[in-house]
Design a protein around this ligand. Sequence first.
Ligand code: GDP
Ligand code: MG
Length: 194
Amino acid sequence: MEKTLVIIKPDGVQRNLIGEIICRLERSGLKLVGMKLVQADDKMVEKHYTIDPSWLKTVGVKAIESYKEKGLEPPNNDPVAVGKDVLKRLKNFMTAGPVVAMVWEGNAAVSLVRKICGSTEPFSAAIGTIRGDLSPIETYQMADLANRAIRNLVHASGTVAEAEKEIVIWFKKDEIWDYNLARDTILYDANWRV
Ligand code: GDP
Ligand code: MG
């Protein structure tokens, strides 16, 4: 059993997509074990995105590659500089309004939720994913030209270790619930019979 952090970003809240996003996660069989509406501040956002010290670089590399794949010249070829810029824009974006913070639990929850969300750039995210279905016009280029973060509706933890560190930024221990759902027998109990 894994736990993973999902945040519905301010664009998701403002576009009234909270229900739609939760619906997609809920029907997967994952269990909602924590949920609240939060107004984040710069400090929380910085803490959240710098848990992994290599994130600044990897986020830059990913962005530069995406430009090159489309035959475009990236605005900057230094991945760390791109990463720092992304962090600055993320602070502005993630504090723009309330977000919905959630913890989802289940078998392979971390990678399953990433699959349901789709890749970072909504334009490149597969149809059938949250980002690909609900925000498909959004590109790296559109965000970079406007000097803003990519509005991709959701955050989802990238690894189990990342999830553990992220969850404690957003939730206190007693805000995470351990409870049974009748449905769990069907999903997990080897002896289940009608
Ligand atoms: P995720 O794990 O798929 O959310 O992606 P990352 O951890 O790599 O990046 C975090 C967030 O930063 C993304 O969800 C986007 O909102 C934003 N972002 C990432 N890369 C870029 C970029 O190259 N340009 C802009 N404008 N925003 C970006
Ligand atoms: Mg990430």
